[in-house]
Design a protein around this ligand. Structure first.
Ligand code: BES
Ligand code: ZN
Ligand code: ZN
Length: 491
């Protein structure tokens, strides 16, 4: 999409979006807007206060202004979501070029002008998305939904830095949009090979190296736990390895994602209500795929290795059964007491491989791992599990910046006692139903081989959610921006 800066108000198009924070002098600002755009007098005396996501439509001559409240937002996601919401609701009546007037928000001096610019562009681009992949009567792509649509920006942020903010916002948004589609796809349209194809197309466009161990090649490589999860599926499992390696990178970060393209629970079958949501059990993988794309396209100066462990957890006569003992890449044997605790099995191989093959300085995995984390802390934050205080702080801060919140969970070794098996090295189900998200994290810890800087993010409550952008639960892209913000802060 073409995005231009404009320095003259009269060059702004018929549709203009004007974000504003909630403040004491909103009335004054409304008067200025009214004068600037020659809006009717009555408008500036409205009670509109700039509350978060509260928008106000104003007809000013032949222009339509959309005032978007930002409330007290201090993170990229909240700002972007406010704009996305306005665009999502009103896009059909937008002109083909949409103006984004940031002057008034900039004058409020509540946030960095370049960051506001990036969040604004991000929100507008995401607002064009509708979750209608398989509709046969999609609305015609005209006006602002046409491929030729444009954004004209009127802002104080100028020069190379502003241009870069916009470029980076476009890179981020495009990756997020692709992740939305990938996560929203159902299981008959998405198998491990679909994640491979996504990585392959990114490898080309973003410029990273791709290696795939699929089917027999995965078994040969020793990914026995990954293979066990997918063994009842006709669709071969895959370990997808992406390597973005800029010159002279001082450190290596490994990102490992759970890519279960559908989780039936296996023989420990899930109840049927809400089982359809398990098409999003590759949300961790999607975050890694999206982040790899963005990090490589932004050419961030850190080596980042993405590992996606992908399988379909199916039922069938060849499926693993409760009590089965399986092997793993690490060499450790696992007693599978519940086939629905499959995420930790695929991650066991992903983590062990990332550690052994790349010796990363930092290792982070993302997974829609447990229902337990949702019962513990709900949907406003994902679970953050690490013994490394510095990494905890770094990830927590990245979450505040992107607006994808993380909350630290305990990792005391006592929790690991529940994972001891009599017959094998470890079991995949805790002895008690308590603290399920923590015992899951303690299971994973074993396969990190005592990595000193590893964190696990349980995003079961975030990958797919109900929100104002769809009638049903749909993909959020959670984790993409978070990981990018984290890696950016390292460089
Ligand atoms: N994919 C699920 C976790 C999940 C639940 C993700 C709800 C998103 C929303 C995972 O594989 C699973 O089934 N976990 C079990 C583990 C249990 C059997 C120890 C769970 O959380 O119930
Ligand atoms: Zn499961
Ligand atoms: Zn699962």
């Amino acid at each position: 999409m073409k995005i231009n800066f404009t320095s003259a108000l009269n060059r702004l198009p018929k549709t203009v979006i004007i974000p504003l924070w909630k403040s004491e002098n909103t009335q004054e600002i409304l008067q200025q807007i009214s004068q600037t755009y020659q809006a009717p007098d009555s408008f500036s005396s409205t009670q509109w206060a700039g509350e978060e996501k509260d928008s106000l439509t104003v007809f000013a001559g032949d222009r339509v202004l959309y005032l978007v409240g930002l409330g007290k937002a201090k993170d990229q996601n909240t700002i972007a979501t406010s704009l996305r919401s306005c665009v999502y609701k009103n896009k059909k009546s937008f002109s083909s070029t949409v103006g984004l007037d940031l002057h008034f928000a900039n004058a409020q001096k509540k946030y960095d002008a370049d960051k506001l610019l990036a969040a604004g562009v991000n929100g507008i681009l995401l607002g064009r998305y509708s979750n209608n992949l398989y509709k046969t009567d999609k609305p015609r792509k005209s006006g602002f939904l046409a491929a030729s649509a444009k954004i004209a920006i009127f802002t104080d942020a100028k020069g190379a830095k502003a241009k870069k903010s916009v470029e980076q916002a476009v890179i981020l948004s495009e990756a997020q949009l692709r992740v939305f589609d990938l996560v929203n796809k159902p299981a008959n349209k998405k198998i491990p090979a679909t994640l491979v194809a996504h990585a392959r197309s990114n490898a080309k466009s973003a410029g990273y190296k791709l290696t795939v161990f699929s089917g027999n090649a995965a078994v040969k490589k020793g990914f026995h736990a990954l293979h066990a999860v997918g063994q009842a599926s006709p669709n071969p499992s895959a370990m997808i390895v992406m390597d973005y390696k800029p010159k002279n990178a001082p450190i290596t970060v490994a990102l490992v994602g759970k890519g279960v393209t559908f989780d039936t629970g296996g023989v420990s079958l899930k109840p049927s209500s809400n089982m359809h949501l398990m098409k999003s059990d590759m949300g961790g993988a999607a975050a890694v795929l999206g982040a790899m794309e963005v990090i490589a396209k932004m050419k961030l100066p850190v080596r980042v290795v993405g590992v996606v462990a992908s399988a379909e957890n199916n039922i069938g006569s060849t499926a693993i059964k409760p009590g089965d003992i399986i092997n793993s890449y690490s060499g450790k044997t696992i007693e599978v007491l519940n086939t629905d605790a499959e995420g930790r099995l695929v991650l066991a191989d992903g983590l062990a491989y990332a550690k052994k093959a790349y010796k990363p300085d930092i290792m982070i995995d993302l997974a829609t791992l447990t229902g337990s984390i949702v019962r513990a802390i709900g949907k406003p934050a994902a679970g953050l599990f690490t013994k490394n205080d510095e990494l905890s702080q770094q990830l927590y801060n990245a979450g505040l910046k992107s607006g994808e919140r993380l909350w630290p969970m305990p990792m005391w070794d006592e929790y690991a006692d529940e994972m001891k098996s009599d017959i094998a090295d470890i079991k995949n189900l805790a002895s008690s139903p308590n603290a399920g998200s923590i015992t899951a994290a303690k299971f994973l810890e074993v396969f990190t081989d005592k990595h000193p800087k590893w964190a696990h993010l349980d995003i079961a409550g975030q990958a797919m959610n109900e929100n104002e952008f769809s009638n049903q639960a749909n993909a959020t892209g959670f984790g993409v921006h978070l990981l990018v913000a984290f890696v950016k802060a390292l460089s």
